[in-house]
Design a protein around this ligand. Sequence first.
Ligand code: ADE
Length: 244
Amino acid sequence: ETPIAILSALAEEQEGLLEHLQDARRVDHGGRVFWTGRLQGLPVVLALSRIGKVAAATTATGLITHFGASRVLFTGVAGGVGPGVQVGDVVVGSHYVQHDMDASPLFPRYEIPLCGQALFAADPPLLATACEAFNRVQPALRTARYPAKLHTGLIASGDRFVSSTAEVSALLGALASSDYCPLAVEMEGAAAAQVCADYGVPFVAMRTISDRADDTAHVDFPQFVRETASLYARAFVLEMLDLL
Ligand code: ADE
């Protein structure tokens, strides 16, 4: 029975799931802590990548090559940059782009050199299941403060914590020149998506919006991670596993 991998960047995004893990066994590999066990009766392996594209890529590689993960599900938080993508909403990524990739003029802006593509797509069945899972838990998560709206679309990843409106404008302007309109920015998804594409392993990411990547992002982000991220990740993943 091959496990389903649940990958998160931060401990707060994982801790709610760890509490539910049955037959939990800790395995240290490649400088990362992994937990194998069962959730909702299914074999899973939980991993913390830590932050950034390289960290996410090596962790995703370990999940696939060392743990034999058959599917990779990323859960975590992101900065909302699309219109109407507010704190407490959720973005499920249909596609992923690395916004800091630029080998132009040798290759088109954003294209992964010698890979022939800039965008990596989520696995369609996993994407559909992720949206269905979120819709089912949404009524339980929504509050007066956070309506918890679901958005599906492009997620842009890069090794930058985006924390000013000027930076968001520059990022969106450059991406729009290549016809890319991301809903959210984070620092791991597109790297994990690239690794999964290389290995032919289905991938999807769900991101709760912790901040608007603007001048208050550095305040909103830690507060949201502390108070809310775990709640969303646990509700979403348990529902998702029920549907798989
Ligand atoms: N993850 C959560 N918020 C983020 C931001 N503003 N920039 C990059 N990654 C993030």
